[in-house]
Ligand binder design. Structure first.
Ligand code: ADP
Ligand code: MG
Length: 676
């Protein structure tokens, strides 16, 4: 129950059935069709244990209109007893036409007789070792005990709605135990009035909690990072940095830079998501924010999800910022103790203006002198707890650091606006000039040799190639075999070319060595198992081959493709696919590959991804800070969302106690996490 999050009576009451079973009637066998799931009642006329390839119990049941066979592959002596010849039993299962005539495999059964229930029987989502019967009783008891009194003031319950809502108690009672004559389609597509009420409640709770979080944040203080701490004749660090850059900022970079600058000058903590397609140039925007922070006399921390990414930032930012006299500290898990101690001292004394690293940045031992800005790259890869930990590194009581989160997997704007009342979003919607668009091709695995020939051509032109092998999450060892074989095959096919292999289980030092060779242009081809380590910036790489592309998610594919096309040379992405034993790819796999061929635009990709997967999953996978909506769907329930958005601020102002109760009911202990 703990695993399912079922702690309070309310949680149980809100644990809704996955589906229902109709045990309200008994069907006559002669009226039932193959494929129907039915409940029948009859007499056992035959029972035997059949030995064969698999030992099984076979029982023949006759209900007076026809007979059928019940088959059990797992059974206990007690089963045999209940199902002995002459016994009258009530059986429920799916009727199938089998070799022995009509049969049911592993039906549920019990002695016949007893009253039929008046409502459909709920089947709840559960976990191993939590039996359905037990859960049913627990939910029923929870439903009776829970405080389901009205939290939404009556004036809102019929506001701008096609039909007024029923009460929450009525809705829940109905959804747990619907009358047998309900249109099942209304339950399935959640259009039934009871569902409407429930989804409206959930959306309202989500909007209220985001608004609350926003108000809490607005009440918090952060250092206002306005101007240089020591004013002299010099221009600001930002201006110096801009001066030194080998390129001019794009208009989009300037715009988001200004948005961030405005936030940083305020006394309330910034909470901003910086989204921009891969290669859009988020790093320099982060560097400018860091420069402003350091200029004002405060420390800035930048956290990246992997050591390679962190190191890449480190190198780049060092090359930009150290010439300006900024000391940068570097923290990772694999560091030697002595170096680490030196770094910790730099951070604690405040000598280091900028601290870059992996999760190591948020460890207890790390004490900042005066942290004012925390930047998180690829923020969706960090959990909520880690973000909270970073924010708690602010040493001054009652103050919070400003928070800048960067992501290359954009959320469609409307979705972001409606979902994250608490988050400001800045978008870099333009790529730096001079990039040639990447050409994407979908190629059948059978034509692998042609791809290798193309690699040879690219190498001759002095280019470099990434080859990414699939990610099978359940089995990293299979990945490894794939990648190792590909590595060997490519090495053999490309004599004289250095082909490297990178996978997640290599020691960090080895990973770095391989990455180093590739970055410096000494390695022609890099075979990699994992998408994690390829968040790198090697402008000379011009071809990305993705093996078993059909197994990757759309945003992953797009991220990977973004590793090429960073220089001026024409770049390409080859999506190798295999249908395996199937005659063709699944529909969603085809839709993903098609989207990749048709567009290079990260926002369009995100839109298609949303279309293919639906917003629940879309947000759930990315934004661990916000709770996934369990019942409502932002797209199909746009009307309810509009209602919730209109009601939430008014309710929070006029009925704060009810609002509090409403949020608590829905989010329980989770509300704390929403603030992250
Ligand atoms: P991402 O947004 O994916 O993190 P990066 O910040 O790594 O992208 O930038 C990608 C590349 O583009 C880097 O090599 C960076 O130096 C370069 N770059 C960034 N901004 C510009 C610009 N305005 N003009 C030209 N190149 C730029
Ligand atoms: Mg980046």
């Amino acid at each position: 129950m703990e695993k399912l999050g079922l702690r309070r009576a309310t949680d149980l009451a809100l644990h809704l059935p996955l589906r229902y079973e109709d045990e309200t009637r008994i069907t006559r066998l002669s009226d039932a069709h193959d494929g129907d799931t039915v409940q029948i009642e009859g007499v056992v006329t035959h029972s035997e244990v059949v030995l064969g390839a698999r030992r099984q119990l076979r029982v023949t049941l006759d209900d007076g209109t026809d007979s059928c066979v019940l088959r059990f592959l797992h059974f206990f002596p007690s089963h045999q007893k209940t199902l002995s010849v002459g016994a009258r039993v009530r059986v429920r299962g799916e009727l199938r036409g089998g070799f022995w005539g009509r049969e049911m495999v592993h039906p549920s059964f019990r002695p016949a007789g007893g009253a039929l229930p008046a409502a459909l029987t709920p089947v709840y989502p559960t976990v191993a070792a939590l039996p359905q019967l037990y859960l049913r009783k627990a939910v029923l008891s929870g439903l009776n005990r829970a405080d389901l009194s009205e939290t939404i003031p009556a004036q809102f319950l019929s506001k701008n709605l096609p039909q007024p809502f029923c009460s929450l108690r009525e809705a829940l009672q109905f959804l747990h135990h619907p009358a047998p004559d309900v249109a099942l389609s209304e339950l399935e597509d959640r259009s039934h009035p009871a569902w409407q009420r429930l989804k409206a409640e959930e959306l309202l709770a989500q909007q209220l909690s985001q608004l609350q979080a926003r108000r809490v944040r607005d009440a918090m203080r952060a250092p206002a990072l306005s101007g240089p701490a020591m004013r002299g004749t010099q221009c600001t660090l930002q201006e110096q940095l801009l001066e030194r850059l080998p390129f001019r900022l794009t208009a989009a970079q300037q715009r988001v830079g200004a948005e961030i600058a405005v936030d940083l000058q305020k006394k309330i903590p910034m909470h901003r998501l910086l989204q921009g397609d891969v290669g859009a140039g988020k790093t320099v925007v982060a560097a400018l924010a860091a420069a402003r922070c350091i200029d004002a006399g405060w420390q800035c921390a930048l956290m990246a999800p992997t050591e390679i990414l962190a190191e890449q930032h480190f190198r780049k930012l060092i090359s930009w910022l150290e010439p300006l006299g900024i000391t940068t500290a570097w923290l990772t898990g694999s560091q030697k103790t002595r170096q680490r101690r030196e770094m910790l001292a730099l951070i604690e004394s405040g000598a280091a203006g900028l601290v870059i690293g992996t999760h190591a940045v948020i460890q207890d031992k790390v004490r900042f002198n005066n942290l004012a800005l925390a930047i998180i790259d690829e923020q969706h890869r960090f959990g909520v707890a880690q973000r909270l930990a970073l924010r708690s590194k602010m040493t001054d009581d009652g103050q919070e650091p400003h928070l800048l989160m960067m992501t290359a997997t954009p959320i469609p704007r409307t979705l972001a606006m409606s979902y994250y009342a608490d988050l400001d979003v800045s978008t870099i919607d333009e790529l730096p000039p001079g990039r040639t668009p990447i050409v994407t091709r979908v190629v059948n695995e059978a034509r692998r040799d042609e791809v290798i020939a193309r690699i040879r051509g690219q190498i001759e032109e002095g280019r470099q190639i990434y080859w990414v092998c699939p990610l099978i999450e359940e089995s990293e060892s299979i990945d490894l075999v794939n990648a190792t074989q590909t590595h060997e095959a490519l090495s053999a096919a490309l004599p004289g070319v250095l082909v490297g292999l990178l996978h997640s289980r290599m020691p960090v030092a080895e990973k770095k060595a391989v990455m180093g060779l590739f970055t410096e242009g000494l390695m022609g081809v890099l075979v990699s198992t994992t998408v994690i380590e390829v968040g790198v910036d090697v402008p000379n790489a011009s071809l990305m081959v993705i093996e078993h592309a059909e197994r990757f998610g759309l945003s992953q594919l797009h991220q990977l493709r973004g590793r090429v096309g960073r220089g001026a040379a024409a770049s390409a992405c080859v999506l190798l696919y295999s249908t395996g034993d199937a005659p063709r790819l699944s529909q969603t796999a085809r839709a993903r590959l098609k989207a990749m061929v048709e567009t290079n635009d990260g926002f369009e990709i995100a839109r298609r991804d949303l279309e293919i997967r639906g917003p629940g999953e879309f947000l759930g996978a990315r934004q661990s800070g916000a709770p996934m909506l369990r019942f409502a769907d932002l797209q199909t329930d746009a009307e309810l969302l509009a209602w919730a958005r209109a009601v939430a601020p008014v309710m929070l102002d006029q009925y704060p106690d009810l609002a509090e109760r409403h949020v608590l009911r829905w989010l329980g202990g989770k509300a704390e996490y929403l603030k992250a």
